[in-house]
Ligand binder design. Structure first.
Ligand SMILES: Cc1cc2nc3c(=O)[nH]c(=O)nc-3n(C[C@H](O)[C@H](O)[C@H](O)COP(=O)(O)OP(=O)(O)OC[C@H]3O[C@@H](n4cnc5c(N)ncnc54)[C@H](O)[C@@H]3O)c2cc1C
Length: 531
C-alpha cells in the first residue's frame, strides 16, 4: 500500500468518497468491486477518527434489547456471523460474562430472557456458543477479579472482537487492489457544483501542500462527525463522546459486561493485546471536533465504576497505561440521555446530490455501505448487486484458516517467535504473515518483542512502516502498532522507535525531529521515566 496523490490527477471518477473511516472504506471497496471508478480520500490517516476509537466489538449490542431495537440487533448479529466466517483473522470470538448481584438493576430472570432472545436473533449457532448460567463459585472461577460480596451467580454469552484500525486498513488495501485510488492526508476542502449539482471537489494534499480540482459524477460524505460542516447542516444530529482507558491485565480470555452503580449504564472490561480495555462513557459533546479531550470526570467515572465491582484492582490514575476518545454521531431526539438515543444509520441526500452517511455502527457498516453503493450504481445507470457480502477478506487468500493458523504457529516457533506474538501476527496480517517470516529469516534479531509485555515483534514494526501507507510517525505508533496507547514508553524508547521508523522510511534528521515533535504535540503521552 503506497500513497500516490498523482493518481487523482487528470481523471474523471464515477465516485469520490470523502472520509476513510469504516463507512468510507466499505463504500469504496464495494463500489470498486462493482466496477466503478472510485477515489477515496481522508484528511488524516485511515481510521484516524472514531473508527480507531471504538470498543472494538463486533456485536449485536445486547443493551439495545432494553430499548427494543430488535432490528438493529438482528442486523448486527447477522454481520457478526458473516464476519466470523469471511474474516476469522480479523474478527474473533469473545465470550462475555455478566455478574448477577443481589442489587443488580436487571435480575437473573430478565437477563436470561434477554440472552435467550440475543441468541435467537443470532440465528443458527453451535450449542457451545449459546449463553450459559454459572453458579457463584463457577462464575468467580471465570472472573477471579470480581467482588464476591453479594454475588449470586452470572451468565456468559457469545460475541466477537476486532482491531478496528486494522480492519479499516485491510478494506482500504482491498479497495486499492480492486482499482480504487485511495489517498490519505488529502482533505476535501470544497465541493464543486454545476447548475446546483455536485460534480467534484477541491482536494488539498496535506503532504506536499498542493490543491487539485477533481471531477466526480457523484460524491459521498463519510466524514462522520465532520458531516455537519461538510453538508452545512446543523441540527439534524447530535454528538456524544465515549472514552476508553487501557489498564493493566485483569481479565484473560473473557470480557465482562458490567452495570455502573451511579447511573445504571453498561460498561465493558475487555481483554486487549494482553491488557485491559475499560470503557466506555456516553456524554453529550459540543466541544472542538478536531481535538476531543478526555476530562478528569470521564476518567473518574470509569475508574470509580470499575473499582466498585473489581475487588482486585483499586485502580488510580497512576495505573492508566493509555487512553483514547471517540465521537458518536446520533440522530437528533428530545431524549436528554445520550445512551437512549438510537444507533440506527441513515443515508441523507442533499438537494445538490451529496450523499451523507449518518451514524451507524462499526459492526453493521458493511450492510449500510452496500445501500450507499446501490444508490450510486442506480444514479449512474449501472445497477449491480453488493459484492462484499460473504466475500473473504483481502488479507486471507488462504481459505482454510485453522490450517493457516497451525502452520503459522509452527513456522513462528521454528523462527523463535513466541506463541502469543505469533497468534497476534496472524490476526494482524492474515496470510501476509509469510512476509513477516521472510523478514525474520533475513534478520533473526527482528523476532524480538518491542516491549516484553506486548505481543508486537520488531519484524511487525518494520513491515507496517514499509508496507502500510505510513505517512507520519503517529500513524505507525498509534494505529498500525498502537504502542502509544498500549505502553507508557520512556523517552529513550520513543526516540529509538522514531529513529527506527526514520531509517525504514528514509527520513533525514530534520524530518525525524519534525515527526517526533508532531507526534508529541498530538499525543497525551504519559512518559515512563522508570524504564
Ligand atoms: C466510544 C465508542 C465506542 C464504539 N464502540 C463500537 C463497537 O464496539 N462496535 C461497533 O460496532 N461500533 C462501535 N462504535 C461506533 C463506531 O465506532 C462508529 O459508528 C464508526 O466508527 C463511525 O465510522 P465513520 O466512518 O462514520 O466515521 P469516522 O471513523 O469518524 O471517519 C470519518 C473520517 O472522515 C475524515 N474526514 C473528515 N472530514 C474530511 C474531509 N473534509 N475530507 C476528507 N476526509 C475527511 C476523518 O479524518 C475521518 O477519518 C463506537 C463508537 C464510539 C464513539
Amino acid at each position: 500500500m503506497q500513497r500516490d496523490f498523482k493518481q487523482l490527477k487528470n481523471r474523471k471518477f464515477d465516485v469520490l468518497v470523502c472520509g476513510g473511516g469504516i463507512y468510507g472504506a466499505w463504500t469504496a471497496y464495494d463500489a470498486a468491486l462493482r466496477g466503478l471508478k472510485v477515489a477515496l480520500v481522508d484528511k488524516g490517516d485511515w481510521a484516524s477518527a472514531t473508527s480507531s476509537a471504538s470498543s472494538k466489538l463486533i456485536h449485536g449490542g445486547l443493551r439495545y434489547l432494553e430499548t427494543f431495537n430488535f432490528k438493529l440487533v438482528k442486523k448486527s448479529l447477522t454481520e457478526r456471523r458473516m464476519l466470523l466466517q469471511t474474516a476469522p483473522h480479523r474478527v474473533w470470538p469473545l465470550r462475555f460474562g455478566i455478574p448477577v448481584y443481589k442489587n443488580s438493576r436487571i435480575g437473573a430472570f430478565r437477563l436470561k430472557c434477554g440472552l435467550a432472545l440475543y441468541d435467537f436473533l443470532a440465528g443458527d449457532m453451535p450449542k457451545t456458543q449459546a449463553h450459559q448460567y454459572h453458579s457463584k463459585d463457577d462464575f468467580i472461577k471465570h472472573f477471579p477479579c470480581l467482588d464476591p460480596m453479594g454475588l449470586m451467580g452470572g451468565f456468559t454469552y457469545f460475541d466477537a472482537q476486532t482491531d478496528d484500525a486494522r480492519f479499516v486498513l485491510e478494506l482500504i488495501d482491498g479497495a486499492i487492489s480492486a482499482g480504487a485510488v485511495c489517498v490519505s492526508y488529502c482533505e476535501a476542502t470544497e465541493l464543486i457544483e454545476q447548475n446546483g449539482i455536485i460534480c467534484g471537489a477541491v482536494l488539498q494534499d496535506k503532504v506536499n501542500d498542493e490543491a487539485l480540482r477533481i471531477e466526480a459524477s457523484l460524491v459521498v460524505d463519510t466524514t462522520g462527525r465532520w458531516s455537519v460542516s461538510f453538508q452545512n447542516d446543523k441540527g439534524s444530529y447530535r454528538l456524544t463522546k465515549g472514552i476508553h482507558l487501557i489498564m493493566p491485565k485483569t481479565v484473560t480470555d473473557e470480557a465482562l459486561l458490567l452495570t455502573a452503580q451511579s447511573d445504571g449504564r453498561v460498561f465493558f472490561v475487555i481483554p486487549w493485546y494482553g491488557l485491559t480495555l475499560l470503557g466506555t462513557t456516553d456524554t453529550n459533546y459540543e466541544g472542538d471536533i478536531d481535538k476531543v479531550t478526555i476530562t478528569s470526570e470521564d476518567i473518574g467515572y470509569l475508574l470509580g465504576e470499575a473499582n466498585h465491582v473489581l475487588k482486585t484492582t483499586h485502580w488510580t490514575g497512576q495505573d492508566i497505561i493509555g487512553k483514547f476518545a471517540g465521537i458518536r454521531v446520533l440522530q437528533q431526539s428530545q431524549d436528554k440521555n445520550p445512551s437512549n438515543l438510537s444507533r440506527d444509520w441513515a443515508l441523507k441526500t442533499s438537494p445538490n446530490g451529496l450523499l451523507s452517511s449518518i451514524g451507524g455502527k462499526f459492526t453493521s457498516a458493511r450492510e449500510d455501505s452496500a445501500i450507499i453503493v446501490d444508490v450510486l450504481c442506480n444514479q449512474l445507470g449501472k445497477p449491480s448487486v453488493c459484492q462484499t457480502f460473504g466475500k473473504t477478506f483481502p488479507w486471507l487468500t488462504h481459505t482454510d484458516y485453522p490450517a493457516l493458523l497451525d502452520s503459522s504457529l509452527l513456522t513462528a516457533e521454528q523462527l523463535g517467535i513466541d506463541n502469543d506474538s505469533a497468534v497476534w501476527l496472524v490476526r494482524r496480517h492474515g496470510n501476509r504473515i509469510t512476509e513477516i517470516f521472510q523478514l525474520c529469516t533475513e534478520n533473526p534479531a527482528l523476532v524480538k518483542r518491542i516491549r516484553p509485555e506486548l505481543p508486537f515483534i520488531m519484524a511487525d514494526f518494520v513491515f507496517c512502516a514499509k508496507n502500510e501507507m505510513t505517512i507520519h510517525l503517529e500513524d505507525l505508533l498509534r494505529r498500525r502498532i498502537p504502542l502509544l496507547i498500549l505502553a507508557k514508553l520512556s523517552p529513550d524508547e520513543f526516540n529509538r522507535l522514531a529513529n527506527n521508523a526514520a531509517a525504514i522510511l528514509s527520513w533525514d534528521a530534520d524530518k525525524t525531529q519534525a515527526e517526533i515533535a508532531g507526534c508529541l504535540q498530538n499525543q497525551d503521552i504519559d512518559w515512563d521515566f522508570e524504564k
